[in-house]
Design a protein around this ligand. Sequence first.
Ligand code: GDP
Ligand code: IMO
Ligand code: MG
Length: 422
Amino acid sequence: MNTVVLGLQWGDEGKGKAIDYLAGSFSVVVRFQGGHNAGHTVYFQGKKVILHVLPSGIFYPDCAAVIAHGVVVQPLQLVDEINNARALGLSLQNLALSEHAPLILPFHQELDVVFEDSRYQRIGTTRRGIGPAYEDVVGRRALFVGDLLHEDVFRAKIAPLVEYYQRLFLAHGHPGVNLNEGIEQYLQAGDFLRTFVCNTAQLLQQAFSDGKDILFEGAQGSLLDINLGTYPFVTSSNTTIAGVFSGTGLSTKAVKRVIGVSKAYTTRVGEGPFPSELVGENGRLLREWGHEYGSTTGRPRRVGWLDLVALKYAVQINGVDSLFVTKLDVLDELEEIPVAVAYKGHGGPAEMFPPHADVLARVKPVFRSLPGWREKIGAIECFSDLPVQLRDYLRFIEDFVGVRVSYLSLGGERRQTIEISA
Ligand code: GDP
Ligand code: IMO
Ligand code: MG
């Protein structure tokens, strides 16, 4: 059954783990937005592997892995990632890269850093050039993977862009950046990637009409969506359900089920409001228990309690059918587990989530404390063996957000997952 897996919080919910668990019964796994700002962790043969652009289904040799045109691609990074995957013994024969995927160029990354270090716009980005690359798409001056395959086309198209960026860097007080640096390496990377490049929209349409099961792998989280997230502290793509359609070329008919991934608590990397944030010693403890350090940048993640107001918003905007709840084991030692159930201070209904950052920064969350289970759950394999307090915790979430929990994750490994039948 064609399924979309989306993060429902600020990213790092455990989408890689969820995709890896589910992918075995799919013929195709496809990334449709974002870029190498993503860091999806999967355990393969007991080894921790972090994927940035390669879909998390690559560990199943019969599953085609597709990087569709909604993804922004940094060719040198992708070459490295492919080489790393091959070093793990994966053939990647089934990898397809869209010829229409926009390129992240060297000066995009430079500009991301310039903006981050300036006083205009400190978002706490991953500094990978994601925002500037998508800006060029919207500004109708982007270069694409397909351009990289023809040296003359690439050189002809990049020359005016270099001039444009020269003026931009000058205006920002950075006249000395060498904008031609990296062009030769990009062309070499293009040669390396050539065998994977194709029209993925056509490939996916064919897979769909052949009745193959397709798994769509979201990156980032719904609250980082450029239109529906906590603007301006967001990423530059549609991380919500809309990104599936614009990023693949498939229609709503190609999606039968939407699974939302949420941690049993909340984390956020980078700047921006976080109503249920936990600071001080308790925050430090939760960060240590959950090993909450960024998969892409290594930054310590901000941590906080589960925010059901925010989660319900994410469920609604995505049309989520059921939840995949991760990292429940991280809460094992707690006597009481607070969850945010309402907001005060934004002048609206208590259960309304106001996404824009200046309003969200004003809200005061109202917490409800639920009993903890105080038991190690990582080795439990069956739903009925779970502590009653944990099952009650899940029921409380289900009742609040209005959809079922269908998968539980009790550890990072594939086997530490429990599927709950309807
Ligand atoms: P993603 O970006 O959504 O794929 O998530 P990340 O991989 O960035 O971060 C999730 C982290 O939590 C990774 O280190 C995973 O190995 C880990 N993880 C996933 N599920 C669980 C779980 O149920 N329990 C524990 N303890 N760790 C988990
Ligand atoms: P996965 O797929 C968590 C955050 C950055 C920053 C904001 C904008 O692993 O869940 P960007 O570099 O995209 O312009 O940064 O978005 N961010 C993520 N946070 N997980 C991610 O990906 C993220 N990708 C971007 O920290 O706040
Ligand atoms: Mg991540």
